[in-house]
Design a binder for this molecule. Sequence first.
Ligand SMILES: [Zn+2]
Length: 299
Amino acid sequence: MRIGIDLGGTKIEGIAIDGDGRERLRRRIAAPRGDYRRTLDAIAGLVRDIERAIGVRATVGVGIPGTISPSTGLVRNANSTWLIGEPLADDLPRLLERPVRFANDANCFALSEASDGAAAGAHVVFGVIVGTGCGGGVVVRGEVVAGANGVAGEWGHNPMPAPRDDERPGPSCYCGRRGCIEQFLSGPALARDYRSAGGAAATAAEIAERAAGGEALAAGALSRYEERMARALGSVINLLDPDVIVLGGGLSNIERLYDRVPQLWAPYVFSDRIDTRLVRALHGDSSGVRGAAWLWDAQ
Ligand SMILES: [Zn+2]
């Protein structure tokens, strides 16, 4: 049995998956925001609670918002800021008296979809979460590629490729740079683009709805969004040449992306033929917690 834990900013979710990939149990608790010690205890309590219910000791994988630094072993880049600089990768294995595997939540997403989701069976998978931010993860032959610096797949903070004049230098990003892909492809970025073209305040989902209803401003914003996604993913195809690119997060629900973006990415790809498929995540919001469980494979 494998236990996956998804450590979120507001909730901590746990799941037990058996050897056949079937979900046996799922529990969700509120995250002790702002308190690292209580977060540790909450995770350990959740694991023990699940093990009592399933009756066996299991492997434990944890998806975190951020990464464990390969050089210091400490949490970094986490938007749950109370985790930053903490030795989670030492403390949790000690508390649980077993090795624990950790991965970034976007990597867990990619692993879940590559294991038994929309990209099952594909050799090279690029998983993208487009929501409040824009994260990415790489899975090759069923294994997460973490990378020498622990940032493989962190494509959202690359500059937007082939920027147009009106995209330079681009919006400021919290990472300290300007014109990051995230500043064009996240939900807030789409909403900002729509507003700056004269649209009213609206969420990404509302903009997609208005575009479907024939509103010209919304259709324009969505067309610009698709063209930008095509450029951004075209550079991913050149570098990684994935069999499948899986989209998750709130914006992955915009159905027309799956037709339009692949029609637009050819000019940015150095190949006369593109077989990469762009697909929507199968497991939706569950991909993070499922991928954490998959950090320990079936053997
Ligand atoms: Zn950035």
